[in-house]
Design a protein around this ligand. Structure first.
Ligand SMILES: Nc1ncnc2c1ncn2[C@@H]1O[C@H](COP(=O)(O)OP(=O)(O)OP(=O)(O)O)[C@@H](O)[C@H]1O
Length: 218
C-alpha cells in the first residue's frame, strides 16, 4: 500500500530523516512514536505526500486516502455540516453526503453543533469534526498526526474503537504519529519507535521495542 525507500529530509539545515525505508501493507495499522521533535510529523507528511523528501522514493497505491493533520483543516466560513459535506463532495451523491454527515456528527456527539462554525467550537469539538470527515470518507489509507490531541480519555478510547472498526470494515491501512501510545495498549497496531536523530529506519528497526524510545514513560 505504502512504500518509502531510502528517504531523507533536511529542514532548516537540520537532518531530520537520515535514511528511512518503511512500508505498510493494505489493512495494516501502524503508529510512529518517539520524543518531541524527533521527526514523526515530517515522516508522516512525506508518507502522505504533503511534503516532498530531498531524496528517496515514495509509492502510495490508494484509491481514497484521507489525512487528519495537527492543524485541523476545516473551512472557517462553513458550518460543521457544511465542512463535512464539502469533504465528501466528489465521492458521494448529495443525499448520501448529507446522510453520512448527519450520521457522523451524531456519532461524534456534535449534533448540537451542526450549524456552528469552527470558530464557535472547542479544540476537542474541531478535532472530532475533522475526524468525522475522515471516517465518513471510508478511506483505504488514513494518515493521522497526533490523533489524541485535545481529547479526554473516553474520546481517545472511542477514536481507537472507531479506527479499528474502520480497519475491519474497509480494510483501511492506518498510519498515525503519536507521542502517546497508552491509548493503543492491547490493540493490534504495529508500533514503530523513532529512536534517534536523524531518524534511520530499516525493516529491522521497525520492530524495535517500545522500551527503547527515549523520553517515553515505561
Ligand atoms: N517547517 C519546518 N522548518 C524548519 N524546521 C522544521 C520544520 N518542521 C519541523 N522542523 C524541525 O524538524 C524536526 C522534526 O519535527 P517534527 O515536527 O517532524 O517532529 P515530531 O516528532 O513530530 O515532534 P512533535 O511530537 O513535537 O510534534 C524538529 O527539530 C523541528 O524543529
Amino acid at each position: 500500500m505504502l512504500k518509502l525507500l531510502n528517504v531523507t529530509k533536511t529542514l532548516q539545515k537540520k537532518n531530520v530523516l537520515g535514511n528511512v525505508t518503511f512500508s505498510i501493507k493494505a489493512g495494516e495499522m501502524v503508529c510512529l512514536t518517539g520524543p518531541s521533535g524527533i521527526g514523526k510529523t515530517t515522516l508522516l507528511e512525506i508518507a502522505a505526500g504533503i511534503i516532498q523528501p530531498d531524496s528517496g522514493i515514495r509509492e502510495l497505491h490508494a484509491q481514497r486516502p484521507a489525512c487528519l493533520l495537527q492543524d485541523t483543516p476545516l473551512l472557517p466560513w462553513c458550518s460543521a455540516l457544511g465542512n463535512m459535506e464539502y469533504q465528501l463532495s466528489g465521492y458521494f451523491s448529495a443525499p448520501a453526503r448529507k446522510e453520512k454527515a448527519l450520521f457522523w456528527l451524531e456519532r461524534m456527539e456534535l449534533q448540537g453543533a451542526t450549524h456552528q462554525k469552527p470558530s464557535e467550537m472547542s479544540g476537542g469539538m474541531k478535532r472530532r469534526l475533522a475526524f468525522a470527515c475522515c471516517m465518513a470518507l471510508e478511506p483505504d489509507m488514513l494518515f493521522l498526526d497526533e490523533p489524541f490531541a485535545f481529547l479526554d480519555a473516553p474520546w481517545q478510547a472511542e477514536f481507537i474503537r472507531l479506527l479499528i472498526r474502520l480497519n475491519k470494515e474497509y480494510h483501511t491501512a492506518i498510519l498515525m504519529a503519536s507521542h502517546e501510545t497508552a491509548p493503543l495498549n492491547n490493540e493490534s497496531i504495529r508500533i514503530v519507535p523513532l529512536l534517534s536523530s536523524p531518524v534511520q529506519l530499516t525493516s529491522k528497526a521497525e520492530n524495535a521495542s517500545l522500551r527503547d524510545v527515549p523520553g517515553l514513560p515505561p
